[in-house]
Design a protein around this ligand. Structure first.
Ligand code: PHE
Length: 473
């Protein structure tokens, strides 16, 4: 049994670099674009509470499991799963978990890149001053006209995919570490400035109540699934991104501590984003449930009215692009690492192949907002009556593929791997026995059961909403 594999792709320079890279992967459009709009669509507080519970009880333990598997296997998720399964004499089929992750990553990146393209476009729009003194209606109509134009969306999507390929082609250390080191702190500063603006809006307390006052009548079973799915999405779990980053992690770093830090930072960014956006929504009579365009319709109003708004607005969208960029590279890295390992391609060639595949898939999302906006492939199923291809892709990946991937990772770490192995990987440094036991209970029982129960409930077999109401009601 080997415990001393090394990664052919290199290593992070240390604990801090890993925290930055993994936080860079976690903090992205999920926090600033997706979290506010799905919270708005699902009624606020109750949704946020379920999301927070999922982060704590499912997300953190699974993140530890994923980092651990990665560091133990030291390869792309496909080969890591194959070798770790072989190490304990388990089925070779575990490698398909790696495959499912690679596919989920490419599917997610295909729409992620389109939305990141919107953020890119908004850098230039904000800088040009079009939002100065803009009204709520004005911002909404600018947004609608923008997404109605497939050529524009295609151009921005293409630029973003090229940016992603360029970094991935350069490898683990080249540039990425340095970029996140500067970006993450700056993003925080801008968020605080925006928070200051939102706090002075008069509708701030309404925003706080909306986010933190749970009203369980407003959340449905599918809302619970969305909250759980988002916990995986926002922490980059269930598809191998964190696993592959873990495979570049030096041996002596504490997995538990770093995972908790990453999850806390990610959650903080999401909550602050919500505290910025909802007061603006309420102060301008906008609709919290207005969907994927929410931040593109609300934030320009803030920037259009605050002193220095053009400057701060431009900076904000630049940072959003960077946050998306540091996530997108982790979405494609498992696929690229596999091509390099198994096909002997150079990183550049591998990045280009995977990039082109993803770029093509992105066309489906682009068309969902304009030419194909009336195309609802699953409209015969009532839950998907109004779902465009983009909605379906998002649902399939975030609500189905990531939770199932996470469930299987938890089962593998909790049940298939040897206790001595997991103890050894997790106890390095300072994690004590009780902590290990708690983690083991979470990955063995709590996380798998939670995922299964939520799935059963959504398919109508089991009523979890009543249970939640009974506990927190
Ligand atoms: N966590 C990223 C975000 O919140 C998205 C992501 C999902 C990245 C899955 C990698 C893997 O934007």
């Amino acid at each position: 049994m080997s415990t001393s594999r090394t990664s052919m792709h290199g290593e992070w320079s240390g604990r801090f670099a890993f925290i930055l890279a993994a936080t860079g992967s976690a903090v992205g459009l999920g926090n600033i674009w997706k979290f506010p709009y799905i919270t708005g669509e699902n009624g606020g507080g109750a949704f946020v509470l379920v999301y927070l519970i999922c982060i704590a009880c499912i997300g953190i333990p699974i993140m530890m499991a994923e980092v651990m598997l990665g560091r133990r296997g030291r390869q792309s998720p496909i080969n890591t799963m194959r070798d770790l399964a072989e190490e304990v004499g388990a089925s070779k089929h575990w490698k398909y978990l790696g495959w499912a992750g690679v596919i989920a990553g490419l599917l997610i990146l295909s729409y992620y890149s389109v939305i990141a393209g919107w953020a890119l476009a908004y850098v230039f729009r904000t800088a040009s001053g079009v939002f100065t003194n803009v009204t709520g209606d004005g911002a909404s109509s600018l947004f609608s006209r923008f997404v109605a134009d497939p050529e524009k969306l295609l151009a921005w999507h293409t630029i973003f995919m090229v940016m992603t390929m360029a970094v991935v082609a350069r490898g683990v250390k080249g540039g990425l570490e340095k970029a996140v080191r500067f970006l993450m702190p700056t993003l925080f500063v801008i968020l605080i400035i925006l928070l200051g603006y939102a706090m002075n809006l008069g509708e701030f307390s309404r925003g706080v109540v909306f986010l933190f006052n749970p009203d369980f009548s407003k959340i449905s079973a599918s809302g619970v699934l969305t909250a759980m799915g988002h916990a995986f999405f926002t922490l980059s779990l269930g598809m191998g991104a964190i696993m592959v980053y873990g495979s570049y992690l030096p041996k002596n770093v504490s997995i538990a501590k770093t995972s908790i830090i990453i999850a806390l930072m990610d959650t903080l960014v999401a909550l602050v984003a919500g505290l910025i956006i909802f007061p603006i929504v309420f102060a301008n009579g906008l609709e919290p449930g207005s969907g994927p365009g929410l931040i593109f319709q609300t934030l320009p109003i803030a920037f259009g009215h605050m002193p220095g708004g053009t400057f701060f607005g431009t900076l904000f969208f630049i940072l959003l692009v960077f946050a998306a960029w540091t996530s997108s590279i982790s979405l494609i890295e498992p696929a690229v690492a596999w091509l390099v390992e198994n096909r002997g391609h150079t990183r550049i060639y591998a990045a280009v192949i995977m990039g082109v595949v993803t770029w093509l898939l992105g066309l489906l999302t682009i068309l969902s907002f304009n030419l194909w906006s009336d195309f609802k492939p699953l409209s015969s199923i009532s839950a998907f009556e109004n779902s465009t291809i983009f909605d379906l892709l998002d649902y399939l990946t975030a609500n189905i593929m990531l939770p199932i991937g996470g469930l299987l990772i938890a089962v593998f770490a909790g049940w298939v791997m040897k206790r001595e192995t997991t103890m050894q990987e997790l106890s390095i440094n300072d994690v004590m026995h009780k902590g290990y036991r708690a983690w083991q209970i979470l990955v063995r029982y709590v996380a798998p059961a939670a995922v299964v129960i939520v799935f059963l409930k959504v398919t109508g077999i089991f009523d979890i909403a009543t249970i939640f109401e009974a506990i927190f009601g």
